[in-house]
Every structure is written in C-alpha cells, then in structure tokens.
Design a protein around this ligand. Structure first.
Ligand SMILES: NC(=O)c1ccc[n+]([C@@H]2O[C@H](COP(=O)([O-])OP(=O)(O)OC[C@H]3O[C@@H](n4cnc5c(N)ncnc54)[C@H](O)[C@@H]3O)[C@@H](O)[C@H]2O)c1
Length: 288
C-alpha cells in the first residue's frame, strides 16, 4: 500500500517557532504582574503578540507593561474591573477601536477568597463568587466573540481550576463556578468551531502567585512540596503560561473543547500522598 502526502492547505503553517503569536492581538484579563495572567502576558508578548492587559490593579497593570516593554514586546494596560458591565464595555471599546478585532482571548480573572464553610456562607457571597469566577467569563467572551469571528476566527483560553474537575470540600460554591467555566468552554467550542473559534480551558492547581502564596503558607515545611504533586514541586505562573501559549497558538489548531489540568499531576494521583520519608504512597497525610 502506498501513502500519498496529504495537501496540508487549510492547516495553519507554523512560521517562526519562537514567535508563535506573531502579529496576533491578545486580550488577557487579570493580566497584571506577577500572577498567572502576568506570566501569560509576558510569554505571549515574547512570542510576538500585541497584548491588551485588562487589570483592576493599576500597579500590577503598570508593572506587567513595563516588564513586557523591557523585553522588547508590546503591551497596553486597561485599568478595568471585568466584573462590571461598564468595565467590560470600556475594555471592548478601547481594544476594538485600536485593532478592530482580536485573535486571542484569555479569561484569567478568578478568586477563591474568602474561604468560608458552605454551611456558614451567606447568599451574597455566592453572588460574589459567581461574579468573580464566571460572570465576566461570559461577558468578556460575548464582547469579543463576534469581532473574533469577523476577523476570521481565534482562540479563547479560560483559566479555571482543577477544583472544578474534582470535589472541593473546602469551597463547593467556588468549585461549582470553575466547573461551569469549564463546561462553558466545552459548549462554546462545540457551538462556534465552524466559525473559526477554538475554546479550551486550563485547570490550575498548586501554582505560586500573589493570590495563592504556597511558599509563604508552607514556611518551614518546604520539604513536603515533594509530597504534594507527582512532579514533586510547586507550579509557577510560567508553567500555566506555556500551556496557554500552546492553546492560543496554531500549535493546537486541532484542539478545541478541552479542559487541561495543569496541576503537576495532582488530579492524576488524587487521594494519594507520597511520603518522602517512607518513600511510598499513602492515602493519608504523609507524616501520619
Ligand atoms: N494559583 C493557583 O494555584 C490557582 C489554583 C486554582 C485556580 N487558579 C485560578 O487561576 C487564575 C489566576 O489566579 P492567580 O493565582 O494568578 O491570581 P492572582 O490574584 O495572583 O492574579 C489575578 C489577577 O487578576 C486581577 N483581578 C482581580 N479581579 C479583577 C477584576 N475584577 N478585573 C480585572 N482584574 C482583576 C488581580 O488584580 C490580579 O492581577 C484565577 O482564575 C484563579 O482562580 C489559581
């Protein structure tokens, strides 16, 4: 049997592998320094994207733009609150006025705080959880979806959590919002693929950021990091940014509707702990 080379027309060519987003316009919400969104901004800009940073904290917004520019990239800050109609409208107006459309959208804003027991939580806190983890994912996506389609398509990356992919006993409401963000991603992909839109999600876990200070909170117990995740270390924002780059670029041209846990393997080994002292796996904390 002979095989013929398939004509790859229609498959986007990867030009410069070091400039995977050359000429693209990317919006990153919560893109201030030095969380996951900040790392995404820096990596995307290093790969040639013009990055539009949507960030509520002016200092963090300014810091990420300075870091991008110092590395020779292009970024612009929009100090907006994406949990408000006005904030989303201002962001969309400014970005679309400058570029007409966008190629990449990263919905990254999210927060698990305040951590309260479900039985002690107030309905107002459920509303707040919805607003900060889900509402803006709908709102910002809707604001940019049609301009993305009109531009010929694009990639949407929703940053959520592994807590939306497994039971999270500490905070069921937060976990539910993240699960909904993952399902929104899948449904969006199914609905808009024929119009050139890809949508994928990242389920984050164990990543050191200003919001989740694993290094500080485990002071004196850093030897236990090895036990937390199968890869034996904490995650860093750049670990998440590299997967976002893959999903944003044509490297993943045939990938849509998926939610990838970027968790150092915590979900894979769920329920099991590695005991560095005993050098074996146990299904209870490793010092017990
Ligand atoms: N770090 C982790 O281990 C972890 C785990 C699970 C999920 N996540 C998710 O990853 C995403 C990023 O988290 P992070 O740890 O980098 O958080 P972070 O708080 O360090 O960064 C979030 C950024 O969003 C900005 N922001 C917050 N509210 C905003 C608003 N209303 N409008 C615009 N900007 C706003 C913040 O100022 C900050 O710069 C979130 O969706 C979070 O829920 C993180």
């Amino acid at each position: 049997m002979t095989h013929e080379r398939i004509d790859p027309s229609g498959i986007p060519a990867i030009g410069d592998w070091n400039r995977l987003l050359d000429g693209k316009v990317a919006v990153v919400t919560g893109g201030g320094a030095y969380g996951i969104g900040g790392a995404i901004c820096e990596l995307f800009a290093a790969h040639g994207a013009t990055v539009e940073v949507a960030e509520v904290d002016p200092d963090r917004a300014e810091a990420v733009v300075a870091a991008v520019e110092a590395a020779g990239g292009t970024a612009r800050a929009h100090v907006v609150d994406v949990t408000t109609e006005d904030g989303v409208a201002a962001l969309a107006a400014s970005v679309l006025d400058a570029h007409g459309g966008i190629d990449v959208l990263v919905n990254n804003v999210g927060d698990y705080r305040p951590l309260v027991r479900f039985d002690e939580s107030e309905p107002a806190s459920w509303e707040a959880m919805y607003r900060i983890n889900l509402w803006h994912v709908f709102a910002v996506t809707q604001a940019f979806l049609t301009p993305m389609i009109e531009r010929g398509g694009g990639s949407i990356v929703n940053v959520h959590s592994v807590e939306g992919m497994r039971g999270y006993p500490g905070e069921p409401v937060y976990a539910s919002m993240k699960a909904a963000a993952a399902h929104f991603t899948t449904s969006l992909a199914a609905g808009y693929g024929r119009e050139g839109i890809r949508a994928n999600g990242i389920g984050v876990d164990l990543t050191q950021t200003p919001q989740v200070d694993y290094v500080g909170r485990s002071e004196g117990h850093h030897d236990l990091w090895e036990a937390w995740a199968p890869v034996g270390r904490l995650g860093w924002p750049v670990d998440q940014a590299r997967v976002a780059l893959f999903l944003a670029s044509d490297m993943s041209a045939y990938v849509t509707g998926h939610n990838i846990p970027v968790d150092g393997g915590t979900r894979a080994g769920g329920g099991w702990f590695y005991s560095p002292t005993d050098r074996r796996f146990v299904n209870r904390p490793s010092r017990l």
